[in-house]
Ligand binder design. Structure first.
Ligand code: AMP
Length: 382
């Protein structure tokens, strides 16, 4: 892979694979540091394109467009996990790419991811690979009931998942998780974790090997989609420390240059089990825009541009609520409510389950609302 040869000069161009809201917020952070962003996306009028200097509108498999894109940028990063590994490999032969294609590939395949986590000494729940339809019964029996069957690739926000309560649930689950043509797709069987809460940690690592960790936060999902992040997580210090230690291990073992998020389950008996790695800014890190001196997006830009990492210290507590689908209609009321910081991603159509924006509310450190008051934090708008 070509070398960056030192910090990216102001005015240089960062290539962004993917045009979603993560790319949009990274492009805003890049602009503040004096860089331009050039987006590569198959989507017309993508959220990131609306705030970037240039867009290559092309399919991921368009090699000529990828080569033109590489020639137009100084470094490449990504905001979308399902960028095909081959596209990133092609770019990496032409221009520095961070995180590396190998990091992307590990996160794209749940079996590669869990195997990597085991090798890195990071605990996960019990799991078994399901390489063939015939292997499913044995794998499910090995992890026990209840369990979750997941496609190894291209799953997100609960898509490509089925929960099994008993042996009779297996056949319908296999039918549901099959490809559009009915063909079997590789799966992983995971024991269902009866978690006390879910937490995540965002870690950045620069080209010199320095690491910056954000505080452990607590995440609540609704319909398998992140609904609320509570920063910091209301867990025992030892639990937050275990999650942060695991995130640091992941960054080191994977040879990260850039930024990644590790999501965890915290079990009722206090174990911290990794669920997923996402090697890009993460929805559970949006609170860092307002509550930290340097946000996750700026940190990604700094790492990729070979600048020193910034201070990830949290100067406030925060609640971040996603605006999913029709919830975006609350925007005028959110703007009218003092203390709320709304974000709109520039998407024209509010489809059900679509992340349209988010809203953050800050609190002085150590004064998050009590559990019963959390729901009221965004009222009267939500
Ligand atoms: P994932 O796509 O793996 O991030 O899963 C999305 C969400 O589904 C998680 O954040 C959990 O809320 C839930 N979930 C996934 N896997 C499990 C599991 N093995 N046990 C319990 N809940 C799970």
């Amino acid at each position: 892979m070509p070398d960056l040869g030192g910090p990216l000069a102001p005015g240089a161009t960062i290539g962004m694979m993917g045009g979603g809201q993560l790319g949009r917020m990274a492009a805003v952070a890049a602009a503040r540091l004096g860089y331009r962003v050039h987006v590569f996306t198959p989507e017309r009028d993508a959220p990131a394109s609306q705030v970037s200097a240039a867009t290559t509108l092309a399919e991921w498999s368009d090699h000529a467009a990828l080569a033109r894109f590489a020639a137009a940028v100084d470094v490449v990063t990504f905001e979308f996990e399902n960028v095909p590994g081959d596209a990133l490999d092609l770019l990496a032969g032409l221009v520095p790419v961070a995180p590396s294609p190998a990091v992307l590939r590990t996160s794209q395949d749940r079996i590669a991811e869990k195997t990597f986590l085991a090798e890195a000494g990071v605990a996960t729940g019990p799991w078994a690979p399901v390489a063939t339809r015939e292997a499913a019964e044995g794998a499910v029996a090995a992890v026990g009931f209840p369990c979750v069957l997941k496609t190894t690739r291209l799953g997100y926000d609960g898509k490509g998942q089925a929960t099994l309560r008993e042996a009779g649930d297996l056949a319908p689950a296999l039918a549901r998780l099959a490809g559009a043509d009915g063909a079997f797709r590789p799966l992983v069987a995971e024991a269902f974790v009866d978690f006390a809460c879910e937490v995540s940690v965002i870690v950045a690592r620069d080209r010199a090997g320095a690491i910056a960790l954000y505080d452990t936060v607590e995440n609540r999902h609704r319909n398998h989609i992140l609904d609320l992040t509570i920063a910091p997580a209301r867990v025992a210090p030892a639990i937050a420390a275990a999650a942060e230690d695991a995130a640091r291990r992941v960054a080191l073992a994977i040879g990260l240059v850039g930024l990644l998020c590790v999501e965890f389950f915290v079990t009722r008996d206090g174990r911290v089990l990794a669920n997923e790695i996402a090697p890009r800014p993460h929805n559970s890190g949006h609170w860092t825009i307002e509550a930290c001196a340097v946000s996750q997006f700026e940190q990604q830009v700094r790492a990729v541009a070979d600048l020193p990492l910034g201070d990830p210290a949290r100067h406030a507590d925060a609640l971040m609520k996603n605006l999913i689908g029709d919830e975006i209609a609350a925007l005028p009321a959110l703007f009218a409510t003092p203390g709320l910081v709304p974000h709109h991603y520039g998407k024209a159509e509010a489809r059900p389950g679509r992340k349209m924006g988010h809203v953050t509310r800050l609190f002085p450190r150590d004064s998050l609302p009590a559990e019963a008051e959390i729901a009221a934090a965004f009222q009267p708008a939500l």
